[in-house]
Design a protein around this ligand. Structure first.
Ligand SMILES: Cc1cc2nc3c(=O)[nH]c(=O)nc-3n(C[C@H](O)[C@H](O)[C@H](O)COP(=O)(O)OP(=O)(O)OC[C@H]3O[C@@H](n4cnc5c(N)ncnc54)[C@H](O)[C@@H]3O)c2cc1C
Length: 456
């Protein structure tokens, strides 16, 4: 599949574009990381404009229908993703749109497994059975969109939906604004600082920063309705061997899925299906994404037919719908001031300039900073990590904590009139703590504190 027609190009003449906004901070991308960055920057006193290509906010967390907040706890149920993550969960709860185990249920035994595993509240990094029940949150995607809108409005963020970032404006080698494509034509938003929260490093790539081409499985996530989840669970627990066989057959039908391919959601009778796994698709290629759309929809209908016929509890199940956005896990990855490695994540390496964290890993400030640009920072799944490290550190809550830290960093740079790389990371850590977030500056007892100069 090719990106260009026989590698032909046509030069398009210069345009006169309207400046529709002049702001301190342009946050490009309204996913979980972008919304956090925008709210955080605005609450710290900057004028902020958030630019999003779709009509909704949340990215993978809502349009992509990824419906469990994971990687929130370190060993011993130490909750490490706090600040805006906690605030969002509280707001979802107020709308009856979040379900998670109380601390006394976070145990490793079969009783709790039966109670919580189909909500996705398990430590999926542990292989022994039953897996520990941990603090993880099942939520409703539409409520996520409402909560995101409320947060932006209350924080006075200027929101520009339906605006597809297409290019950067530059001046003296630095970014001076962004160009977006809209129904009304191309428009300019001038900005002193830019947060790239596109998930795919669209801004960084346009600005010429260094990156690696990453790739992982893509998934056309979907939900089924009219599922009798009580009956499905009773059958599973009363007939474990029979269920295992059926489940294996179901996963063959869909062509690749995690063990828990269906999970309960806050809506009764509605289950979230985090499958199929489709390798080999490039999440920034139109041709690949179209092919994945056809393939994913074919597979999900095959699984539905199998489930209706064979899985107790799914007899009356119907297709509620596929996610609005293709489930893309990894594309371009920043090659920034520091590149987090798989070894860093696996060894729980602590960095002195850690400004955000997830589960048991630490993210240095340098991993959010591109080389050679003074006023661009990234937040989200395209941060500076190698492909294997990113696969282990890309969940929604850590992306939100990155956003919160990036929002603080841009305001500190604006206040000092300095480049982002000259912001004192200790000031980011202090502000993170002041606003209730854990920047990871105080390593947990299981962290690796070594003599690696990059870790110092
Ligand atoms: C199928 C699947 C299952 C997953 N399962 C889990 C799970 O169970 N739990 C968990 O915590 N995490 C899970 N993840 C990971 C997690 O969902 C993502 O890594 C995380 O949501 C990324 O957030 P983000 O804000 O960095 O990026 P995104 O959510 O991708 O947000 C990027 C935003 O930028 C916008 N955007 C992109 N390009 C442009 C542009 N050019 N102009 C304007 N706007 C633009 C997008 O529309 C989007 O709103 C899963 C991911 C997938 C795909």
């Amino acid at each position: 599949m090719t990106q260009q027609h026989r590698n032909e190009f046509i030069a398009v003449a210069g345009e006169h574009l309207p400046i529709v906004d002049n702001t301190d901070v342009a946050v490009v991308g309204g996913g979980s990381a972008g919304v956090s960055a925008a709210v955080s920057a605005s609450r710290n006193g900057a004028r902020v404009t958030l630019i999003e290509r779709y009509h909704h906010l949340g990215g993978m967390a809502s349009g992509g229908m990824v419906l469990v907040l994971d990687d929130m706890v370190n060993e011993g149920n130490e909750i490490v993703t706090t600040g805006l993550v906690t605030e969002v969960v509280e707001r979802l709860e107020m709308q009856d749109a979040a379900v998670y185990p109380p601390p006394e249920d976070c145990l490793t035994n079969w009783e709790m497994w039966r109670k919580w595993s189909r909500w996705g509240c398990i430590d999926f990094h542990k292989t022994g059975m039953p897996q520990p029940i941990v603090h993880a949150v099942a939520f409703d995607p539409d409520a996520w969109k409402r909560v995101s809108l409320d947060l932006l409005k209350e924080s006075n963020v200027n929101l520009r939906l339906h605006s597809w970032f297409s290019d950067v404006l530059t001046h003296d080698g630095q970014i001076s604004g962004v160009i977006v494509q809209t129904k009304a034509g191309r428009q300019i938003i001038r900005a002193k600082m830019v947060v790239d929260a596109t998930g795919d490093l669209d801004v960084g790539a346009a600005a010429g920063t260094s990156y690696a081409d990453g790739q992982f499985i893509v998934t056309t996530v979907f939900r089924l309705c009219d599922v009798d989840t009580d009956r499905a669970e009773s059958f599973e627990y009363a007939n474990p061997e029979k269920y295992k066989k059926l489940d294996r057959a179901a996963r063959r039908e869909i062509g690749g899925a995690w063990g828990m391919w269906w999970l309960k959601t806050p809506l009764p009778g509605v289950v979230w299906c985090n499958c199929p796994h489709m390798p080999g698709y490039d999440g920034i290629s139109v041709e690949h994404m179209v092919a994945a759309e056809y393939e994913g929809r074919k597979r999900m209908m095959k699984l539905l037919a199998f489930a209706q016929k064979n899985l107790p509890g799914f007899e009356n199940a119907r297709m509620l719908g596929a996610a609005e956005q293709m489930g893309v896990r990894q594309t371009r990855l920043l090659r920034g001031e520091y590149v987090v490695t798989r070894e860093d994540i696996k060894s729980r390496r602590y960095f002195a300039d850690t400004v955000c964290r997830g589960r048991d890993y630490y993210t240095p400030y340098r991993a959010l900073l591109p080389k050679g640009l003074d006023n661009l920072i990234v937040a989200g799944r395209h941060y500076s990590a190698d492909s294997e490290a990113q696969k282990l550190s890309r969940e929604i809550p850590p992306c939100m904590v990155q956003g919160e830290a990036a929002g603080i960093a841009v305001t500190l740079a604006l206040e000092a009139g300095s480049a982002l790389r000259d912001v004192d990371y200790q000031n980011i850590q202090k502000r993170m703590r002041a606003q209730g977030a854990d920047p990871g500056d105080r390593p947990s007892p299981n962290a690796l504190i070594d003599n690696n100069p990059l870790a110092a």
